[in-house]
Ligand binder design. Structure first.
Ligand SMILES: *Cc1c(COP(=O)(O)O)cnc(C)c1O
Length: 402
């Protein structure tokens, strides 16, 4: 998308607004499948929680993706998007047995991540095949907030508890058709990831009914120029070789599954905001925009750096700005950032706003959640309207207090 396209979107739908470039989503999907083209059975399940708009799910499904879901509501969104139940995997953490049973009834692949539920579910429903989420206790890079494979993580069943898993499987006669790990958000060191994979392969040998191995996600995408990212091609080549070898060893073709969120949609998204006020202080220049961490929480929550471009004045002289929001709380998007000269009324574009942007948005300060636009075939398609005041009051019941 060009600056002109983005400005037209801001013009047509107002600001703030999220814009997703379908072509970029498609090229990321193709890049991933190309990296694993030598795997006979590959299954890419898009992690719905990254960006759960039904039109986006539909588009990804058209590309061939299944869906990875973490709540019964996400399962329903995926079904709503026309994804067949057998292409949906449900990978919750800490949810009730009841919710898992509901998902099983809908026919989606169940992934269980604790022994208690495994035993209860296996006892009641021995005929429903389940996948087991293993914690290999390997930290595949990233910072502590977003790594979930380490020893004190709440995710998965510890690899050291495998004997107990096997006992439950034997006692209940349940069928384990898949084994899964999701070690953390950033795969930077391929050796570390392959080491975790070996642990998974070893565990996989214990299950005769195994049909797939799910390696989760953790593909790191660049957030700014020169940022580190997962070398997908090298990663694909090396894991493919090892995976195919493993299938030979066990004498059976297995499916290799992944569940990327960020990799598929992060870079496709731009978040457009308008500058309300340029405020000089004794220490910096603040550019205050018509948004805040209510719409893009990642900088405040994870310290992530989203690139910011002044698309209204891209050729302007560069100056240093602190870009902040308009909510009544510290909501810094960027500190001391070099940006083309910002004037009040300019439109700024935040990069990497496809993943965990809208889905983590809230109504804090009683602001509306912005609209979402899908840019497809050279045209802007509104795929979610801006909220209105009625959305804020819809479920409120005004108590009669007299
Ligand atoms: C969040 C999540 C993903 C997606 O992670 P990304 O970093 O967005 O690729 C995949 N699998 C599970 C189980 C998750 O919870």
């Amino acid at each position: 998308m060009t600056h002109r396209d983005l400005l037209n979107v801001a013009n047509e739908f107002g600001s703030p607004v999220y814009v997703y470039d379908a072509e970029k989503i498609q090229s990321q999907y193709q890049r991933l499948t190309a990296a694993f083209s030598k795997v006979k059975q590959l299954q890419i399940n898009y992690a719905v929680k990254a960006l759960s708009n039904i039109s986006v799910l539909k588009f990804l499904h058209q590309q061939g993706a299944g869906m990875d879901t973490v709540s019964i509501q996400e399962v329903r969104l995926a079904l709503e998007a026309g994804v067949p139940a057998e292409m949906i995997i449900y990978t919750p953490n800490g949810v009730s047995l009841k919710e898992i049973e509901k998902a099983a009834e809908l026919g989606v692949q169940i992934n269980i991540d604790n022994l208690s539920i495994l035993e209860q579910f296996g006892t009641k429903h021995p005929h429903v095949p389940v996948c087991i989420r293993i914690n290999p206790h390997v930290m595949a890079g990233g910072n502590h907030n977003i790594s979930v494979g380490h020893i004190d993580s709440k995710f998965g069943i510890s690899i050291h508890q495998l004997p107990h898993v096997q006992r439950i499987v034997e006692n209940t006669e349940m069928k384990v058709n898949g084994i899964h790990m999701h070690t953390g958000s950033d795969i930077l060191d391929i050796d570390v990831f392959l080491h975790a994979s070996e642990i998974l392969f070893e565990a996989a040998r214990h299950f005769d009914a195994l049909e797939f191995i799910d390696f989760g996600s953790g593909f790191k995408v660049p957030y700014h120029e020169g940022d580190i990212e997962t070398n997908i091609e090298e990663f694909g080549a090396r894991l493919t070789e090892r995976f195919n070898e493993f299938c030979q060893e066990v004498g059976r073709p297995l499916t290799l599954a992944f569940e990327p969120g960020k990799f598929l949609v992060s870079e496709a998204g731009k978040f457009l905001v308008q500058v309300n006020v340029v405020k000089q202080t004794t220490s910096t220049i603040f550019a205050q925009v018509d948004s805040g961490f209510n719409h893009l929480i990642r900088p405040m929550l994870y310290g992530s750096q989203h690139q910011i471009e002044n698309i209204s004045n891209p050729k302007g002289r560069e100056r240093f700005y602190s870009v902040v929001g308009y909510i009544c709380e510290t909501d810094t998007f960027a500190n001391n950032r070099r940006i083309a000269e910002i004037r009040e009324g300019d439109i700024l574009a935040f990069s990497n706003a496809g993943a965990y942007a809208f889905t983590m948005a809230s109504n804090y300060n009683s602001r509306f959640r912005p609209p979402e636009v899908l840019w497809h075939g050279g045209k802007a398609h509104l795929i979610r309207k801006r909220e209105t005041f009625e959305d804020l009051t819809r479920n409120q019941i005004v108590a009669s207090l007299s």
